[in-house]
Write a new protein. Structure first.
Length: 434
């Protein structure tokens, strides 16, 4: 048993009594009254999901296992000789809630590297798909194709104790996570770089190997580490996380579940914001003839945009009431590594002027930028200029969070998710009674 799996087993045994006690002694305690508006509004704000992997605090942003983003970036072991934590150390944190030692992070790296090889049949499948297929479709299909390898499906079919469900779920998740960055990079080079493929380096960590296979020099390896960590998880209620959880609750394995979650991520209302913000930003530069973005120029543009009935994309968040710490983390990278980048200059000036204008306008609960206002700038600067691939990058990061969640779902024996539905007539009858 690997070091991480051994520690995870210990953590699961410690946690199970907590869930059991809540169900036995406090199942009738109300978390809040569900309203008709919530039932018809997509369940927004209904407190009915449980996860210990991440929590979205309105003032502090996402906390991963209780740690804020600045704490995560400071405390986790860095990749060797690099500025940012390794994905492997972050994976340990998501799984256990503990900050790993450098040796423990290296043990995860070795575990991933032993499973990094993409099966030949997955490569054959990708090469048979028409090259104009969306990269997210290719990505999802590659994961689904590997389902034949699922240890969970195999062991479940042979019969197993439900207390052990999490163990093969863990093995499947490690197999997927080890291969996912390589699959993404393979798709990119095959589709957008004239099929000039770069073999993986089995000595590198995930961030380093991804940058290597993409063919992008340092510090893009740190961009990958930062990007995947920041996009990993966002509580359980977002569409990709919830979809993955829902499918896994049927006892589908990690391959089926993650593929479904990524399909949800591909929706325009969920995972496409980065490319939409970047497209809008480039259109702004074109409209302003590439002028140096002064404060006066950008203030006038923002006011003109708002008064014409349009919005400033990348600003505002349904929960956050301050600048998104994910935005701040990427901004700090840009200030150090690409302060003269033309796109970044525009983003930076928008950061300086938009919040005050939105506050003056009086319509925004949160006038501050979110992660999407900054993400595309980094990818574009380092040469990834294919909008459709941005969701694949998002998907690699999101897999870290959702796979961690469904392992714990099985460990804590969470049941099949099956909310009760009402008819519209029933809602109308309830509404009549007040």
């Amino acid at each position: 048993m690997s070091k991480l799996k051994e520690r995870l087993a210990q953590k699961i045994e410690e946690h199970r009594p907590r869930t059991t006690k809540l169900l036995k002694d406090h199942a009738d305690v109300k978390l809040g009254e569900v309203t008709i508006g919530q039932a018809l509004g997509g369940g927004r704000g209904v407190k009915m999901l449980v996860t210990d992997i991440s929590y979205l605090d309105p003032m502090e942003g996402i906390r991963f296992r209780g740690f804020t983003i600045p704490e995560v970036l400071e405390k986790l072991p860095k990749a060797e000789g690099k500025e940012y934590p390794s994905i492997e150390s972050f994976w340990w944190l998501l799984m256990t809630g503990d900050i790993p030692t450098q040796d423990e992070a290296c043990a995860v790296r070795d575990e991933f590297n032993a499973k990094k090889i993409i099966p030949q049949y997955v490569i054959d499948l990708l090469r048979r798909i028409p090259r104009d297929t969306h990269p997210m479709t290719m990505f999802s299909m590659a994961i689904l194709a590997m389902q034949r390898e699922s240890r969970f499906a195999r062991e479940y079919a042979c019969g197993m104790n439900k207390l052990d469900y999490w163990k093969p779920m863990y093995e499947d998740a490690v197999e997927i996570m080890a291969k996912l960055p390589s699959i993404a990079a393979y798709i990119y080079r095959m589709k957008y770089r004239n099929d000039t493929l770069i073999p993986p380096d089995y000595t590198l960590d995930i961030g380093g190997n991804f940058a290597h296979m993409m063919g992008i020099d340092a510090p893009y390896d740190d961009v990958a580490r930062l990007y995947f960590i920041l996009h990993s998880d966002h509580e359980s209620g977002n569409a990709s996380a919830h979809t993955t959880h829902l499918v896994a609750s049927t006892l589908s394995d990690s391959y089926y579940s993650l593929s479904a979650g990524l399909n949800a991520l591909a929706g325009p209302l969920h995972g496409l914001a980065t490319q939409e913000v970047l497209r809008w930003l480039q259109d702004v530069i074109k409209k302003l003839d590439g002028q140096e973005p002064t404060e006066a120029l950008m203030k006038k543009f923002v006011w003109d945009t708002l008064q014409s009935g349009q919005v400033i994309p990348g600003f505002g968040h349904a929960v956050l009431r301050r600048t998104d710490p994910r935005y701040e983390a990427q901004r700090n990278f840009c200030l150090k590594h690409l302060p003269e980048d033309s796109l970044f200059k525009y983003v930076s000036m928008l950061y300086n002027v938009v919040p005050d204008i939105l506050l003056e306008q009086g319509k925004a609960k949160n006038p501050w930028p979110n992660v999407d206002a900054q993400s595309g700038v980094l990818q574009w600067h380092y040469g990834i200029k294919e909008y459709d691939f941005y969701t694949v990058l998002f998907g690699v990061g999101r897999a870290l969070g959702v796979l961690s969640n469904i392992i714990w779902d099985r460990a804590l024996l969470y049941p099949l998710e099956r909310p009760k539905s009402l008819t519209t007539a029933m809602l109308e009858e309830i509404a009549k009674k007040g």
